[in-house]
Design a protein around this ligand. Structure first.
Ligand SMILES: *Cc1c(COP(=O)(O)O)cnc(C)c1O
Length: 365
């Protein structure tokens, strides 16, 4: 029986909503996976059954995201946060520079770790503008000697998103896509590395997806611990040590769900439609609601806004909670409100929020 009528209006920023169909399939297969008499969590990661799940997830990811053949797809652990460390450890040498484009807290964290290994430099930043915008391409100048350039494609906390990526003039480009990976089709070949924790758009927490050009990986430093080398994972098909087997299974099921929906073009259209419902409620409110991000930098994944009056904002959040909306509080570092409308958040959930926002405004303005 479908449990859709008991599902919350889930706008959590991460971990976040998963497709109901995927959860129900996982539930159905939980105690006896494909007639094996055990769950996927209870079998060897070296078994043929798990390996098939693992390899299918990799090949689905390749196909759906149109990843060229000269790229590795890796499933790692430690979240995007470990990537903040692994990237400079592998690709930045003492005395070498890396260009960072600063668009929020996650860029700051990545920058901080890089300082331990080399000389990261902030070549552009929107910090003075409270991270309301993505720096324009005229502001971005990358030195051709830099080891790499780093950006955060979607800024989960501030609600901004890159809509066009900068030209690095041949310097390897690395992107943290944790909160918008596979929300739309992109040209993967523009990047030397893409990384993302799975828990926003792709599955449960515990799996980190890394997509990297093979010849870029070949340039990595060698004097580093085995498990922190990308080559270790590339050479063992991400089965060097025990992987997060259940997370990889769920990731594979989410990818299947994307495929069944019609792929990333269809998903992207739905995401635009969903975000528009809420942005329209903000823009047509005559200042009752105000968006945090500059319009041209708005994210289709995290919609950040304020209610005109602080007392009213508190009331908005508490009434929303009572009405069954989850996760609408802004990140603790910025306050306000935030609706995360990732791939798995249904259109109906966004319509319900739009309706709630309109009704709240009518009642209180
Ligand atoms: C959530 C998030 C992170 C942190 O991810 P972890 O998996 O918790 O390490 C990093 N970058 C971005 C853009 C995020 O949204």
């Amino acid at each position: 029986m479908s449990q859709s009528n008991q599902r919350a209006y889930n706008f959590n920023a991460g971990p976040s909503a998963l497709p109901l169909e995927v959860l129900e399939k996982a539930q159905q297969e939980l105690v006896n996976f494909q007639g094996s008499g055990m769950s996927i969590m209870e079998m060897s990661h070296r078994s043929a059954t798990f390996e098939e799940v693992h390899n299918e997830a990799i090949s689905r990811l390749r196909k759906l995201f149109a990843i060229p053949n000269d790229y590795e797809v890796l499933f790692l652990q430690g979240g995007a946060s470990l990537q903040f460390t692994m990237i400079p450890m592998n690709f930045l040498q003492a005395g070498k520079k890396a260009s960072f484009i600063m668009t929020g807290v996650w860029s700051e964290k990545a920058f901080k770790e890089a300082k331990l290994f080399g000389e990261p430099i902030q070549i552009a930043s929107s910090k003075e503008n409270k991270y309301r915008n993505i720096p324009s391409s005229e502001e971005i100048h990358i030195d051709s000697n830099d080891a790499y350039a780093h950006l955060t494609s979607n800024n989960t906390i501030y609600g901004t998103q890159w809509h066009e990526f900068p030209n690095t003039g041949g310097v390897p480009l690395i992107a943290d896509m944790s909160s918008d990976i596979m929300s739309k089709p992109i040209d993967v070949s523009k990047f030397d590395m893409i990384y993302a924790g799975a828990q926003k758009n792709l599955g449960p927490s515990g799996v980190t997806v890394v997509i990297a050009r093979k010849d870029f990986l070949a340039m990595a430093n060698t004097e580093i611990p085995t498990i922190l080398k990308y080559s270790t994972h590339a050479e063992s098909n991400s089965l060097y040590n025990t992987p997060p087997t259940f997370g990889i299974y769920m990731l594979g099921e989410v990818l299947k769900w994307i495929e069944e929906k019609g792929g990333l073009t269809v998903i992207a259209k739905q995401n635009e439609e969903k975000a528009k419902l809420i942005y329209d409620a903000i823009d047509n409110s005559n200042g009752f609601y105000t968006g945090h991000a500059s319009k041209e930098s708005r994210s289709l994944m995290n919609i950040t806004f304020r209610v005109a009056d602080e007392e009213l904002e508190k009331q908005f959040l508490s009434e929303a909670k009572e009405a069954g909306f989850i996760g609408l509080n802004g990140h603790r570092s910025v306050g306000g409100c935030r609706a995360s409308t990732y791939n798995a958040v249904p259109l109906e959930t966004c319509e319900a929020l739009r309706d709630f926002m309109l009704a709240f405004q009518t009642k209180h303005q």
